[in-house]
Design a protein around this ligand. Sequence first.
Ligand code: SF4
Length: 887
Amino acid sequence: MDAWLRGGGLLVTASERAARSLIAAFNRSRRAEGLTAWQAPNIQDWQSFVRSTWDERNLDGRTVLNSQQEQSLWAGIVTAAAPEAARLAGARDRLAALAMEAHSLICAYAPQLLNQKARSAWDRDAAAFSDWLADFDEICRAGSMISPARLPLELSEALSQDSAERPPLLLAGFDRILTMQQEFFAAWGACTPVPLGETAPQIEFHEAADPVSELAACALWCTHQLATNPHARLLIVTLDVPQRRGEIERAFLRFVCEGGSASAASSAFEFSLGIPLSQIALARGASLLLHWLTEPIEEHELDWLLSAGQIAASPSESLALTAFMRAVRRKNLQRAKWGLAEFLRQKPGAELPAAWVARITQAQRRLQEFARRPQSPIAWAELAPQLLELAGWPDGRPLTSSEFQAHRRWLQTVDDCASLGFDGRRMEWKEFLVALDRAVNETLFAPESQDAPILIAGPAESAGLTADAVWFLGASEEAWPARGATHPLLPIAVQREAGMPHASPRLDWELADSITHRLLAAAPEVHFSYARQSEGVDERPSRLVAQFAGAPQPLNAGLAAPAIPAPLTVCFEDASRIPFPAGEVTGGSSVLTAQSQCAFKAFATARLAAQKWDRAEAGLTALERGLLLHEALHSVWSGPPHGIRSHKELLAIENLPPFVEKHVRRVFAIKMPSRARDCMPQRYLDLEQTRLIALVAEWLLYESARVPFTVAITEADANPSIAGLELHLRLDRIDRLNDGSLLVIDYKSGNVSPKDWDLPRPDDVQLPLYADFGLDSDPGSVGGLVFAKVRTGEMEFAGRVRNAKATLRSKISGNSNLVKKPLDSEQLSAWQQHISELARGFLFGRAEVDPREYPETCERCGLHALCRIQENQPQSGDDNGEEAADA
Ligand code: SF4
């Protein structure tokens, strides 16, 4: 191959990756010879070679469609033929992509079927596709256009009639030469495939316990190879590269470059296949911003957009934007989706940067002017980068090399969308955005190769590549030969006869066999490996690989990953304490509840103002529903002029529902959060109101069966000082019972239990705290503390009462916990002691990361990112909890 290229010969590769790799290898060889300048090798990949051959001949001036244009033609045909199936853009695009793929398969494997008569016997879906194909041909003929899939066929015919001499070709990396390619090369003239080299003298087949140890072994092997020969070129072949990319990256970062810097690590290996452009941060930012100029985007998308810093002119502007978003949340103004205008209207007590507002508003106005009427895709494609520039995307800082390339690729993709105007159409902005989103999703992006020593590729992309050593991952019977589905729009018999991919197990075997042969000749040392067990299922080694490499052998000790990975953090005992200056703390009883659940949680929430943020919901949140319920019950029990104050007055109400409705309506009118009014339909809010009326009425019915009582106070405030810690408490309600004692009540619509108060480490101290420290009278006057569980069909009091039968409900069952576990003075005094101890701990500055019950307490907390509790937990696989306890 090298001699051929040095002599100026033309080499055609099966893939673009193989072409790039061979060019790099050629250049390396010249450098190794000590040359400083040389003639560039004449290497072209198959697609580019066909296209340049077509362009040189420019047969009849037809336009060669690009992928966007062809997909758009198919989408139009599918929509006209099956409007029902293509009503949704996603379904239409998928169907169009399938049709385009079926057409390419026919061109490559069975070109005789391009003749409509040859398809006359097709039925059902295949018959429908056959009609679409006829329409496609007609449109292309009328518009003087041609699909790239047809170029080799038309060129074959033209070449066979052209007797001019053509340069001989050397072909590299073709695992199999398709019918269409055979015809083309026959018409071209002299073409010689590069013969496979010698089969590797060293072939090994390894058996690993599971995919994790298999991957670790491969990464460790790479480390050893590079340690022995720093100039070695290694090829890792693996199936399912897109799905496994993350775990492969993690394993290679961990083992290949352990101890090295992250940048050194990432330049040690690279993937042959890119990832969808839509997954690149810069492209995602552009897409979200363009959408946001005309339509609401999800709150989490907006969070990402603001915090990614792509639309801020400076770091301080970026900080101001994220601070604004925090203020919005603190004011409880979050919403599931944000339109730009609504966002700009918010007044949460923080300001948006004026320059940013001016830029984004200008971009929005510009778009509004354009969007008054449909425009050509060219006009939209010109406008999109201008809008982004106006809005300040990407931010002012210099881009890294990889960001620069992503930016350029994104602009190219926008340009590709401009070509959708090839048929003179005009479209709305939203239509253009759909096309752009699809294009960005389908475009694969990989930063320019850094010529890393380790290349990770799929079996097909590895065609034409050579290396000093090869490792093939995942060589199990299930995975190799690779299997796949036949095409749904082509008859199975046709696919079998033409030898299309996955049409029969024999074809899969033959293809895998030729790839395996090729890999065995690609390096002097070839390793295969498979995992004995994957996702709990036993695997067997690939028979095909075993034919060449023999039975798999257990991994040798040098390739076994260390059983316990090096810790990500260094542990040391932090004995320092920063006392809280005595005085008032915000947060009320939740501070001491948090101190009991996990001292760090109390420290983080009360002293660092850390907050868990729940995702905004389309409807009312559980918290908002709870607040409305509290307000409604407060209104009912608030006494004259509108409310009532005693059991007697409750019984005197003749018709409960209208009475309750009056209170709930008033609460809805005054207390409904503004975000609900702005973005929720009135019909939905009416339904919420009806639901709340029924709930409150049901609760009052339950209360009417109580032993007579009076309501002493609702929304009771108290400001106790506990061991020097000043708290502001508020309690839902306090009743005076028939024996003169007080009942402390907390309304709950969720599932709660008085077990949460159990010592030695309560999960909740709110009611014990109020009973012991919040009343004017001494704790001896407390007759009970209860949760009022206001839940449809499950109305009940739950808690501790000194004498529930005599003071709460005379007909209560003897088996009820209210009766079986009465409140006593010892209990109150034990709580008092414990709560004082919690307050002293908080004041003293105790902030241990020590959840009351792991992982349950942490699952409700949401501060994992701050306390990093997970790093203190034993690695997976250990479930006996001993290490957790030690930690
Ligand atoms: S996540 Fe767990 S350990 Fe972390 S602060 Fe919350 S409760 Fe404590």
